[in-house]
Design a protein around this ligand. Structure first.
Ligand code: GDP
Length: 479
């Protein structure tokens, strides 16, 4: 499916190489059809095997999704409080934690886990997320119905102490015992809860071991709460090795492809995005995205000098002509646009003033823009999250990106955009400005033990395709 071929511009492949199903109508979700026109063309094509897998997943989701007989049958099992093993339809229910970036990287991870296990992914969408995204799978929904029988799903924190928490059951050796009993035809708990948050312990982290993966196949209901991009660990499970190789011919494009497949801003968010893009960015000859996320206290003057210095030394922005007072020629040349995203507006103001008060050595004119400055994170508010999603998307349309270390907000933008960002990384107290080797997100808190022996192990050095993250050395990412 192509567009633009009559305007003389190269045709845009709206289906993203067949990634997106053709079974959707355009009006219900404009971003699905229009985003491809605003992204830089991607050279990461999905493998035929991934396309086939997605189409069969869509069929499975339609067959087992909410409001189907098979869904009702599986939820009846939950109510009966005991199950005897896997059913025809088996589910992963994702539960949110933290900000939107964290949520999006963990949804993508949960989706890959579901895909690898022929399970159906459902999302518990809290009020602050309702209406953010379009449905990704045709003729069904990924939203968990409000009459889902496990009522305390609304009190997400209560799951920390849930008796069916996988990690606590492993710790008490309940699970392996129960499994052997189960094989002797006794029943299993109705669901398992996976606590895959940054603060989980080694018992919870046993989820990433093959032994646990085999065990989890017996459960029709897996509840999963995560704020992590745990995809890299799935690559270490021998059982998934061959499948993952077939699905992703390039390991460094996993989030790029899954993110573009799953996350389509709803029409109302797409309105924010396109209005802003058309008003401020569309006319630029080039776009630089600068994502500034501050964790803890920093000195504004030195931090803003560091960020601007990064863009200048890497030639992402032209230097200032401080000696002369060169005037730009009024030739109608297009400006270069800088899109700043940040909770505060100080960084934007400093950059805007800099290019207002001075000419550039190249004679270029620089437009500096910032869509919002919300001051504080308010993940509990839908409108705040709509702006966050809009800005993540706007950043993803940039030709180059400067991002902040440890920020999942930046990871999603770089992944959707298919861009290797320049990162503001501190190393031995030095402020560095490094270009990331990949566009993949970092798994911040992976397990640190070897599955069989349970001995401490550095996962960044076990296989050539996993390395420590540039911006957070404790984490790992795919290479
Ligand atoms: P992380 O904390 O940087 O890993 O990213 P998250 O997206 O998980 O959480 C940060 C949240 O703070 C975002 O989801 C937004 O709600 C808010 N936020 C942070 N930076 C920005 C920004 O530049 N623009 C907007 N609109 N919101 C932001």
């Amino acid at each position: 499916c192509t567009a633009n071929s009559s305007s003389g511009e190269p045709p845009v492949d709206k289906s993203l190489g067949g990634l997106l199903s053709s079974a959707f109508d355009e009006a219900s979700c404009r971003s699905r059809f229009e985003a491809a026109r605003l992204w830089k063309p991607s050279n990461r094509t999905p493998s035929p095997y991934l396309l086939q897998k997605l189409r069969s997943y869509e069929a499975l989701h339609k067959k087992c999704g909410p409001n189907t007989e098979l869904y009702n049958k599986s939820t009846e099992q939950l109510l009966s409080n005991r199950i005897m093993g896997p059913m025809e339809c088996n589910y992963v229910v994702w539960m949110p934690s933290d900000g939107l970036g964290n949520r999006m990287i963990s949804i993508a991870s949960a989706f890959l886990y579901a895909l690898l296990n022929d399970k159906v992914l459902l999302l518990f969408l809290s009020e602050d997320m309702k209406g953010l995204f379009c449905e990704p799978f045709p003729d069904t929904t990924w939203a968990l119905p409000s009459d889902f029988p496990i009522k305390n799903i609304r009190w997400i924190w209560s799951f920390d102490k849930d008796p069916n928490r996988f990690g606590s059951m492993m710790k008490k050796k309940l699970l392996s015992n129960r499994m052997s009993i189960a094989n002797g035809s006794f029943s299993l708990p109705p669901y398992l809860y996976l606590h895959l948050i940054h603060d989980n312990d080694d018992y919870d982290k046993m989820f990433y071991c093959e032994e646990a993966q085999l065990l989890l196949q017996h459960f029709p209901w897996i509840l999963l709460r995560s704020n992590q991009y745990f995809v890299p660990s799935l690559f270490l499970v021998p059982k998934f090795e061959e499948e993952l190789r077939l699905l992703f011919n390039e390991r460094t494009a996993v989030f790029h492809l899954l993110g573009r497949y799953l996350f389509h801003p709803s029409n109302s968010v797409w309105g924010y995005i396109t209005r802003y893009y058309e008003a401020y960015l569309a006319n630029a000859k080039e776009r630089l995205g600068m994502q500034i996320r501050i964790f803890g206290d920093v000195d504004f003057n030195s931090h803003s000098s560091y960020i601007i210095g990064c863009a200048l030394t890497r030639k992402l922005l032209p230097g200032l002509d401080t000696k002369g007072s060169a005037l730009p020629n009024i030739t109608g040349a297009k400006p270069k646009a800088v899109l700043v995203t940040s909770l505060s507006n100080g960084y934007f103001e400093r950059l805007r003033d800099m290019y207002y008060e001075h000419a550039t050595v190249t004679g270029e004119v620089i437009g500096v823009y910032q869509p919002s400055h919300e001051e504080r994170q308010h993940t509990e508010k839908l409108n705040h999250n709509m702006k966050a999603l809009a800005e993540i998307y706007l950043l993803s349309f940039s030709d180059s990106l400067v991002t902040s270390p440890f920020s999942t907000f930046g990871y999603v933008a770089q992944g959707l955009g298919g861009t290797r960002p320049w990162m503001l990384v501190k190393h031995d107290k030095d402020n560095l400005c490094l270009q990331s080797l990949t566009m993949e997100p970092c798994f911040h808190f992976p397990p640190s033990f070897e599955c069989k022996s349970r001995r401490k192990m550095n996962l960044g050095s076990v296989v050539p395709y996993l390395r420590h993250c540039e911006d957070f050395p404790r984490g790992i990412k795919l290479f």
